[in-house]
Design a protein around this ligand. Sequence first.
Ligand SMILES: NC(=O)c1ccc[n+]([C@@H]2O[C@H](COP(=O)([O-])OP(=O)(O)OC[C@H]3O[C@@H](n4cnc5c(N)ncnc54)[C@H](OP(=O)(O)O)[C@@H]3O)[C@@H](O)[C@H]2O)c1
Length: 283
Amino acid sequence: MGAMRLDGRAIAAEIQEGLAKDVADLRAGGVQPTLAVVLVGDDPASHSYVRGKMKVAEKLGIGSRDHLLPGFTSQKELLDLVARLNADPAVHGILVQLPLPGQIDERMVLEAIDPRKDVDGFHPFNLGSLLQGGTPMPPCTPAGCMELIRRAGVDLTGKEAVVVGRSEIVGKPVSIMLLAAHATVTICHSRTRDLAEVCRRADVLVVAVGRPRLITPDHVREGAVVIDVGVNRVGDKLVGDVDYAAVAEKAAAITPVPRGVGPMTITMLMKNTLTAARMASRP
Ligand SMILES: NC(=O)c1ccc[n+]([C@@H]2O[C@H](COP(=O)([O-])OP(=O)(O)OC[C@H]3O[C@@H](n4cnc5c(N)ncnc54)[C@H](OP(=O)(O)O)[C@@H]3O)[C@@H](O)[C@H]2O)c1
């Protein structure tokens, strides 16, 4: 059959065009949307993610400030910085790049961020709001997945959605969003009995595990929409959790890796930054 390729990069570019216009409007009204990015330590992958985010911010006219702290930074120093950024009216969004070094309690840091500046959407207030029917600041990767599903032309009402993975940053929140869109949702994880059988129920299959090519055609119903969140380095290549070439023969639509969910995640981060700037500038 040959699936439709859900080109995250192209879709992200289209959304970013709209965001750039919104940024220009805000700037014309005297508000410079600004994102503060905090990075602790010298993990090369984290540095590369942060560079990617700042590059897109700049392209859209969003101001960005980077706070690059050494790996030995103490919890108190980091909390002090978060408090300063919370109090700074020129900063609308605060992103603390994860993972943090072992001496720092990640949860405590995320909870210290003002929920109105929590552009990653990981603060318990925003996750709680998501559970209670919606938040202006949804977590970025799940929001990106939902946008891709919408763009695939899927009406989720009454559909079977299966999510593989139950992490707090992807699996759990995307399950809640699918539920809110009236899908019948099943969440799988490492203890799921017969993963392939459960996945084959899916009209929409979202996979966020972190295992290269875990999902094969055996897991996929003919005509399903497949969203592959996984990013795995195999040799010098990035691959997803889904065996793309084989599954594309069976699926109706599928996201590639790279250039699928990744660019959507960054775009949703920019959208949240704009939302935060708008909320802050309202009287
Ligand atoms: N593109 C993006 O923007 C983006 C953003 C975030 C993450 N990612 C990628 O997405 C992947 C998942 O990230 P994450 O942070 O959600 O990962 P995570 O916190 O490690 O969670 C992985 C989940 O997969 C489940 N799992 C592990 N092995 C399994 C198996 N054999 N069968 C079924 N489920 C299994 C785990 O189950 P248990 O709960 O039972 O352990 C867990 O719930 C990673 O590759 C990550 O790099 C991409």
